[in-house]
Design a protein around this ligand. Structure first.
Ligand SMILES: [Zn+2]
Ligand SMILES: [Zn+2]
Length: 454
């Protein structure tokens, strides 16, 4: 695989590329495209924008020579166009323009147009056709940069973690809550502007946008400290657009203040992988110095494991990935075995991070009396029939984990700086979110995949 390299981001201040608009200057291989799109918008070929859009579809579909002829007719003789980017304007609706290009060498839809550094346009990856990742469910689109809602903050994205939930949403394992939603709920960025009633943050503040986006604040769960169970809760990247984009917005009350002196790539995985892993650890009721089994060892697991280790636990990791087993041992796990191997000692607690229901009986069978298995994922394949004696008797517990409360988030983010978590990441440019998801689907990502603003 010739994928991006794995690295340990330096948590110290970085000369972040995205901090300096000047760095975005320089030759842009995609320069002709915005001009063509401006032509389409205003119909400078003498036809309406819709007609021009129809013609550009033909432009995208024909052979090279045919495309050039149509381009000449549509945009005027000798119109410049980038050979690798034949624009197809599929929709030409009011606030949002959808552009696409012929498949790149990777067989994915490759898109690039204006960047946020130039004007009010912003790019985002939308789930347009939920389905298997090799059917390219995501598409990169460009749209006008929205103003934040009255109680929202608008954030310029510096980095966005790629979570397995994003993959479930892209592949349709989780039914979409709305069409064409932008995934991404581990958003690290800088406040660009705030809504008219928003007072918590100021432009320039470093913040994070996470999965839990809003709750009613009135129901018994909200009032009882379990806002994660609020029936009216909404989620970033599911009910509203997330951070696979140049900019993202969120209600200010649900945004986390983040330290300005940490690298965005380091912070991003903490916002879901970290917080949910921490919630799962709490739900697994691990006693001090206890014995913890971890099934599946991706982004969330490798952070939860470090919290458990810092609290004196003995950690046993079960995962099919040899690479992940090596990472587990490097981080201090006592043992690392294959998914269905038995740990060398009975467990007080286990967390099932892999979205595989078959693991649940295995994890239950590995528990000591009164032990607890917490299933961390939002999606799990069917759990096979359980045998009461083998899996549950002796007061063993099976629990799910549903999102997190804001208190979980604040607590974990504080803990993360105290114990100086080691965060393993695999970076991808924002323009390659589709590749990052495909690598995640194929278990090719070490630690957490993180999209970095380009
Ligand atoms: Zn997540
Ligand atoms: Zn509620």
């Amino acid at each position: 695989m010739s994928g991006p390299g794995t690295r340990m981001p330096d948590p110290r201040p970085a000369k972040e590329r995205s901090e300096s608009p000047g760095d975005a200057a320089g030759p842009d291989p995609h320069e002709p495209l915005p001009r063509l799109l401006r032509d389409l918008r205003c119909g400078t070929d003498g036809r309406t924008g819709r007609e021009a859009a129809r013609r550009s579809v033909a432009y995208g579909r024909g052979s090279g020579a045919a495309r050039r002829r149509v381009a000449d007719r549509t945009f005027g003789p000798g119109a410049r166009h980038h050979p690798a980017l034949c624009p197809v304007v599929r929709e030409h609706d009011a606030g949002r323009r959808r552009h696409s290009a012929r498949p790149s060498r990777m067989g994915v839809r490759l898109m690039s147009t204006d960047t946020s550094a130039r004007g009010r346009a912003a790019r985002s990856w939308e789930v347009t056709r939920p389905g298997p990742i090799d059917t390219h469910p995501l598409e990169l689109v460009e749209h006008e940069r929205a103003e934040p809602g009255p109680e929202d903050v608008l954030v310029r994205v510096q980095a966005c973690g790629v979570c397995r939930t994003d993959l479930h949403l892209a592949e349709g394992d989780l039914a979409p809550h709305r069409a064409n939603t932008v995934p991404g709920h581990e958003v690290v960025g800088v406040v660009e502007s705030v809504g008219t009633r928003a007072t918590r943050f100021a432009p320039g503040d470093r913040v994070g946008i996470a999965w839990l986006r809003h709750t009613c604040g009135k129901c018994r769960h909200c009032r009882g400290g379990a806002e994660n169970l609020c029936p009216e809760s909404t989620y970033t990247g599911w009910d509203a657009d997330g951070g696979f984009a140049d900019v993202a917005s969120a209600p200010e009350d649900y945004v986390y203040a983040l330290p300005a002196d940490r690298d965005a790539e380091y912070l991003a995985p903490l916002l879901c992988a970290g917080i949910i892993g921490y919630r799962a650890l709490r739900r697994a009721d691990l006693p001090p110095g206890g014995r913890l089994g971890i099934y599946g060892f991706g982004a969330s697991a490798h952070l939860a494991a470090q919290v458990a280790l810092a609290r004196g636990a003995s950690v046993h990791v079960m995962t099919r990935s040899a690479q992940a087993r090596r990472l587990a041992l490097e981080l201090g796990a006592a043992t690392a075995g294959d998914t269905y191997e038995s740990p060398p000692e009975p467990l007080d607690s286990a967390i099932v991070f892999a979205p595989v229901g078959d693991i649940v009986p295995t994890a239950l069978a590995a528990l000591d009396a009164s032990g607890t298995v917490a299933v961390a994922g939002i999606h799990l394949t069917d759990i096979p029939a359980l045998n009461y004696q083998r899996h549950l008797f002796r007061e063993r517990n099976l629990r799910s984990v549903t999102a997190n409360t804001r208190d979980d988030g604040v607590e974990f983010l504080r803990l993360a700086t105290e114990i100086d978590l080691r965060v393993t990441t695999t970076p991808y440019p924002m323009g390659r979110a589709d590749r990052a998801l495909a690598d995640l689907a194929a278990d090719r990502v070490r630690g957490a995949a993180v999209l970095i603003a380009d």
